[in-house]
Design a protein around this ligand. Sequence first.
Ligand code: ATP
Ligand code: MG
Length: 381
Amino acid sequence: MNFVAKALNLSISAAERLEERNILRKAIIKHPFFPDVIEAFRLDKKFGFYEDGTVVVKATDGVRVFRGFPKIRRALVLNPTLKKHFGDREIALEEKMNGYNVRVVKIGENLYGITRRGLICPYTTEKARESIESDFFEDYPDYMLCCEAVGLASPYVPNEVYGIEGLDFFLFDIRNSRTNESLSVREKEEIAESYGFRMARVYLTTHPDDFNGIKEVIDELNSNRREGVVFKDIEMKVDPLKYTTSSANTSDLHYAFRYFGEYARDFMLARIVREAFQSFEFHESCEEFNERCLRLGKAILEPMISSIRECSEGKTIYDESVLVFSSHEVLELFKQHLRLLGVDFKVEILDENGEIRVKFKRVMRSTNDRIRGILNGSTWR
Ligand code: ATP
Ligand code: MG
């Protein structure tokens, strides 16, 4: 614990209190797959100016701090929010990709993948080691690559819209691990180019009052079923803002209502509110408005009814994805990792030809129990 206190500039007793209150938690499972890490802790809540997800690692070559990825605030209307937030600064419209947040870092001799809440994930680490060259870290030892991990073979957010069978990393920020300061959009692009990293695409660089140009990008993303944009000051001196497409709002709702027992009402309400403000701001035609209503209504009812039907046929409702592991060792470690996360899951081996393909099923216990109860005559609450 002493090394955490020292690294975060806390007294030892303050660090102990954080641990007692369960804010400071284990960030890793000790294993030979993580040979450079002696111990690692993460902050499960924001503390002082340290973001939630900040990790402190005691490594074979010293103590390291990796700051949590900062929250990005959301615009519900473009006008006047962008102007109010960015003033006259030049902004980049970067695609907001729909996967999960990973900080790729180098500790000792190897790469590690840290997920949003600050856990070093074995599956993500394996995929990062397979697809990212570590030469960047020789030149920029104090930096981390903030990426969205995207594709079908994702244990957290499987997504087919990108046409990626496996799991790919799309770089969106390069930050100083200790200060969380971000390189500018141009510096990031140059680095991505010279080290061969894939990047979240920049669709447009413009000014906050270019409503038509910005709306065009959003319409294009929406018709391609993409999630949305992150607006970034090209200097990265002002915090970014995010904005999502109607397609993303409805597909989130579709997902949440399929598993309505697991999802909080706030999650659903927030997405419905986004639809309302967008519809208002976009001055839709009657036809566009009716389409939105139908899309929204279907996103709510269709998935719930299909869950009810499946339960009524005696089936269990799972969230499924197909994952690929290089060895049984990493697969076992990943299962341990999920237990640490408290995930209720099942794993079935599909085939083993060099690599191991598994079907990973997340059991949605509460939705299953709820529907079954109701179908057997229980009353709502
Ligand atoms: P928040 O970041 O506000 O806590 P959240 O965890 O609910 O929100 P999202 O609504 O998905 O997450 O929005 C932020 C996330 O978007 C980032 O954490 C990052 O993983 C992801 N993201 C995808 N593409 C980009 C991009 N181009 N720039 C920044 N973040 C991106
Ligand atoms: Mg996301």
